[in-house]
Design a protein around this ligand. Sequence first.
Ligand code: SF4
Ligand code: SF4
Length: 472
Amino acid sequence: MAQDSDNFRDSIGTINEEGKRAWVFPKKPSGKLYQYRKYVSYFLLAFLVASPFVKINGNQFLMFNVLERRFNIFGFPFWPQDFHLFVISMIIGVIFIALFTVAFGRIFCGWMCPQTIFLEMVFRRIEFWIDGDRGAQIKLDRQEWNAEKIKKRVLKWIIFFIISFLIANVFLAYLIGSDRLIQYVTDGPGQHVSTMISLLIFTAVFYFIFAWFREQVCIIACPYGRMQGVLLDNKSIVVAYDHKRGENENGRKKWRKNEDREALGNGDCIDCFQCVNVCPTGIDIRNGTQLECVNCTACIDECDTIMEKVNLPKGLIRYASEDEIVKKEKFKFTPRLKGYTAILVILTGVLIGMLFLRNDIEANILRLPGQLYEHKEGNIISNVYTYKLLNKTNKDIDDVHFELISHKGTIKLVRHEDFIVPAQNLAEGTLFIEINNSAIKSDKERIKIAVYSGDDLIETTTTAFLAPRSYK
Ligand code: SF4
Ligand code: SF4
């Protein structure tokens, strides 16, 4: 799609020739798509902020407690024992994003990524409010430090710091759980100094990202952005400049009143540079699909406004694939898309099946290491075990006891009869299993044990039972 040369691919839009940061002063976006993006961002911001504080069946809606390896996804708790389910969910998420990228380019980056939402819809809008639009920002940046500049800069930095601190709190609620965060806030920072230090480090990181590093996250740091070259093809729908129409035979030309551009062979692009000025990553979309483009659609809105003013059809920059622009081909469900969709459907089916088969209680009964068996009076063989019962629910499970269901025999708990497994917690202890030798067919017999809460069967598990060889 490149018009003149591919030189633009040798450099990044935000780094100048001396290798220094070229600060981007994008024009304030406006237009239909920007308005839609605002609505989407309001919803997503509310979702991001509320998710750690909303509970379903007592479980936090979203939680990623990596330290304790406990995750809640849509109110579904994942314990370390459910790690395989969590991994499958993550794989499905990655494939889902890949599928969407193949079909719709970086639509996720422009419309849904938290980095874009916070930068473009929170921090940048505050900047427009304090510093003004592009022209005023450039002027302010170049002018000497005076009362006005100090006032604007200090006000902006303070607001950015407060918002970064709030984001850090929400981030911590995802990491350690909102209940614990609220508890820490209620106790006061003096009682949780290490948490306060972590909070300030997170605040500093967010401040650095949104006040200074900005679009470079998408260009340099984000692995998803780097994958674009592999995922996109000529059929992917991206924010694209219709170079056929924009350049025509004689290329882009400045607009002159009452001219017949068609007859002159001029392209519809009037070379006004508004699409470049509005771009938050500082690129010229007319050079073609580029790594820096986050598909924010700001250039679509801007160019449409220009086209309206000069009485030319809108859509010179639009969502389109390279094949649509060059060959006028419409969107097709390609074999690659079909393959991704098939994998996605299979993995989702596996995950749903696993979630349904997953028990709220997990029982593990294992023979005590180093112990053999004991031959007791009355031809009874006894084995000693440790048990661990994990209650994944938010309610205590009481009146818990075991019954041997594969053999005739008895289970004796050490110290107590029935017990309680506390909510979201573990109960462990020791038990003896005794079986008459006549019922044992092997020296290492598989036995099945049922776990009851009162009269309700809540789980079954198997373990090994050792016996002398003569009992085979
Ligand atoms: S805004 Fe549209 S007309 Fe103006 S330079 Fe960009 S593509 Fe050309
Ligand atoms: S080229 Fe257009 S869509 Fe891409 S980042 Fe710039 S303004 Fe957004």
